[in-house]
Design a protein. Structure first.
Ligand code: GRF
Length: 216
């Protein structure tokens, strides 16, 4: 195991790194990852299961169409700890190594985060630590920043806070509105998430304090 807690996909066993995707909505980040896997751009990685906490999420319908294994664990009205325990059981049943939050719009319980310590990734549509939380693109636009972007990071017990894996940056154009900015950030997200997964899967990177850096 590397210090990030994830075995390199090209490790001794040659076993593939199995992803568990968690989503709540349209799932465009999930679809970008699935496409990169299908087209051979994410070697040594496969999707074990796609889980939605929302019945009828577009992302879960898309996963079914792709023939992937899916599960729906509706979270509405459920206690977080109980709901997360169910998701954990599903992830384990499908031998998931790495959990990918792809528009999963619910906080995870401390138990869940501990169970997959340093093995949960999230993508956030801002250059963290700026603009954590909801509507990050609108927050950035309203603030008047000149550059914006997205961040892929490990998940810890604080919101949008864990060690950063990578960021992609775009310029904010004078003609932008919050919507056009969000669209261009999303295009970067679709590149960033697979790149980040590849780095984690490679085993070539290690966590040094808050820094995720290539091993010397
Ligand atoms: C993305 O903007 C992501 O950064 C944020 O939620 C959104 C999910 O979009 N965490 P999609 O469901 O992947 O299309």
């Amino acid at each position: 195991m590397s210090p990030s807690g994830v075995s390199g996909a090209g490790g001794v066993s040659g076993a593939r790194l199995r992803l568990g995707i968690l989503l709540s909505g349209r799932g465009s980040n999930f679809l970008a990852i699935a496409k990169n896997i299908r087209e051979g751009r994410l070697a040594g990685v496969e999707i074990g299961v796609v889980i939605s906490n929302v019945e009828g999420a577009a992302g879960i319908a898309a996963a079914r169409e792709l023939g992937l294994t899916t599960a729906v664990h509706v979270s509405k009205g459920r206690k977080r700890a109980e709901h997360d325990a169910e998701m954990l059981a599903t992830l384990r049943a499908h031998n998931v190594d790495l959990v990918i939050l792809a528009g999963y719009m619910r906080l995870l319980s401390p138990e869940f985060i501990a169970a997959y310590h340093n093995r949960i990734l999230n993508i956030h549509p801002s250059l963290l630590p700026a603009f954590p939380g909801l509507d990050a693109q609108q927050q950035a636009f309203d603030y008047g920043v000149k550059v914006a972007g997205c961040t892929v990071h490990f998940v810890d017990e604080h919101l949008d806070h864990g060690t950063i894996i990578l960021q992609r940056v775009i310029e904010v154009l004078d003609g932008d509105d919050a919507h056009s900015l969000a669209e261009r950030i999303l295009a970067e997200e679709h590149i960033a998430y697979s790149e980040a997964i590849a780095r984690v899967a490679s085993g070539d990177y290690a966590m040094e304090g808050r820094r995720f850096v290539k091993r010397a």
